[in-house]
Design a protein around this ligand. Structure first.
Ligand code: KG4
Ligand code: ZN
Length: 335
């Protein structure tokens, strides 16, 4: 019986392929090649370069898992959202493989994939809040019992992860900025640079990071040159305000929605300051905190493969000739 699903993820700057057993959820293969180093010199992802690097990395990873081809029952691929040229690299490969092996093709929404990073080896649990913090998105959702997703809050401008990237770029620290800023903040000693918490006095259930980012920019302009100590103080002040902003809005949401559990996913959910603040908040509200394994917070094909297991059961297949890059129903409204 063929029970393996091969999944491809290439929505941004990570080329990744995973093979999962749909009956046992066992991961048979998982590999990811990141392009961070190549984009680092530009301080952000360059789409053209990303697509070129995917076209080198994906075939080389696929070659390494060819022993599983004769046991595959489907091919899954991230089809939205993301950089079009990056997504197309994965989609083209998935379509070619699915037609060559005569297998169903399963398109998977990337954000849905992140949610499944909480349930890589277990059944999907519903009736809970989800905080998604990545480079492209910052949102709070409610996953209802019927599988529908209610969008409770999202960012009005930049995302949480993106603001780390931009602040790192302002200080010429490289890309991606998340871990760089987090590590630098640990070296702060004085902790005397403070930034206001965005939308603190607004009841709006939304996030905003562009004002904070500009405040950091203005602060940087006050100094003639930035030494390591000053950079650490800036990183600390910025991270504190960005994390407290998430917590402030979440607390407002907790008052309205009595979440029994909160799942936290996305590349930026690896941030330990954020994790520790979330843990305190959840304790206060008697809410169970579910965190994705650190290794699977950032983009990876295993979360896409896991999402594809449930999609396979529901027969959510696409035609090979379908334009899955721009599906008719663009809404991310159910799991
Ligand atoms: O989920 P992901 O891999 O890609 C997207 O779907 O966007 O998230 C990448 C983002 C980047 O912006 C990166 O700087 C951020 O997650 N990130 C972090 C941390 N690790 C990664 N942000 C804050 N703290 C971190 N430790
Ligand atoms: Zn992502």
């Amino acid at each position: 019986m063929k029970s393996l699903i091969l999944a491809i993820e290439s929505s941004c700057d990570d080329s990744s392929i995973a093979v999962i057993d749909k009956n046992t959820l066992e991961c048979k293969f998982h590999k990811k090649i990141s392009q961070e180093l190549e984009h680092s010199v530009y301080g952000g992802v360059v789409p053209e370069l990303a697509a070129r690097l995917h076209s080198q990395a994906l075939p080389s990873i696929l070659w390494q898992c060819k022993e599983y081809f004769n046991r595959l029952c489907a091919v899954a691929v991230t089809n939205e959202p993301g950089l079009s040229v990056s997504l197309l690299s994965g989609i083209s490969m998935a379509k070619t493989l699915a037609s060559a092996l005569n297998l169903p093709l399963i398109p998977i929404n990337h954000l849905k994939g992140h949610i499944y990073s909480l349930f890589l080896e277990s059944k999907l649990e519903k009736d809970g809040g989800i905080l998604l913090v990545s480079g492209g998105h910052t949102m709070v959702l409610y996953l209802a019992n019927d599988g529908s997703l209610e969008l409770i809050a999202r960012t009005n401008d930049d995302s949480f992860g993106e603001s780390f990237d931009k602040v790192a770029k302002m200080m010429n620290l490289g890309y991606p900025g998340g871990l760089i800023i987090e590590n630098l903040a640990k070296k702060a000693q004085l902790k005397n640079i403070h930034f206001s918490i965005p939308l603190k006095h607004s009841k709006e259930l939304a996030f905003s990071f562009s004002g904070l980012k500009n405040a950091v920019r203005m602060e940087i302009l006050k100094y003639e040159n930035l030494d390591e100590k000053l950079k650490a103080e800036l990183a600390y002040g910025f991270q504190k305000s960005a994390c407290e902003h998430i917590l402030d809005k979440l607390e407002k949401i907790f008052h309205l929605y009595k979440f029994k559990n909160l799942g936290v996913v996305g590349g930026a959910s690896a941030n330990l300051t954020l994790r520790s603040l979330l843990s305190k908040l959840c304790q206060k509200y008697n809410c169970e905190l579910k965190l994705a394994p650190l290794e699977y917070c950032s983009d990876n094909a295993l979360m896409i493969a896991r999402a594809a297991v449930d999609a396979y059961e529901k027969k959510e297949f696409a035609f090979i000739e379908e334009d899955i890059l721009s599906p008719k129903n663009k809404n991310f409204s159910r799991i």
